[in-house]
Design a protein around this ligand. Structure first.
Ligand code: 5GP
Ligand code: ZN
Length: 118
């Protein structure tokens, strides 16, 4: 655990969250500012800043995040599909430095992947 990391504190129960799933490797909870009707964050329990720092030792947790995404999306109300977003580092516009996959969806298409620049 990283002592000054808000998502480590959520895993530890020191900051409250609306938990939707937990196992030995990952923890999932509702985003505090949902961007779509379904907006869940799935994080590795072990602190990892971003994919920039990922090594083969993180593959089990990273695989679990993707492997559980469809079940979590369907159970949260997005059975027709969803998007997974992982922002990494400054260029990726990551705000919280504990890796998290956003699972966003609902009953309407979530929209274009990125705002077009041309
Ligand atoms: P990022 O921009 O780093 O990819 O996304 C960070 C996400 O974390 C944002 O969508 C933000 O709403 C969410 N978030 C930040 N702090 C908290 C918190 O304390 N609790 C929850 N549930 N979500 C948070
Ligand atoms: Zn952390």
């Amino acid at each position: 655990m990283s002592s000054d990391c808000i998502f480590c504190k959520i895993v530890a129960g020191q900051i409250p969250s609306k938990k939707v799933y937990e196992d030995d490797l990952v923890f999932a909870f509702h985003d505090i500012h949902p961007q779509r009707p379904v907006h869940i964050l799935v994080i590795p329990k072990q602190h990892l800043c971003s994919l920039q720092e990922a090594t083969p030792a993180h593959e089990a947790a990273l695989g679990r995040i993707l492997g559980i995404a469809g079940k979590l999306a369907a159970e949260a109300g997005s059975p027709g599909g969803f998007r997974v977003i992982i922002n990494n580092g400054e260029i990726g516009c990551q705000e919280v430095p504990h890796l998290h996959a956003h699972i966003v969806g609902g009953d309407q298409p979530v929209g274009p992947m990125l705002k077009r620049q041309d």
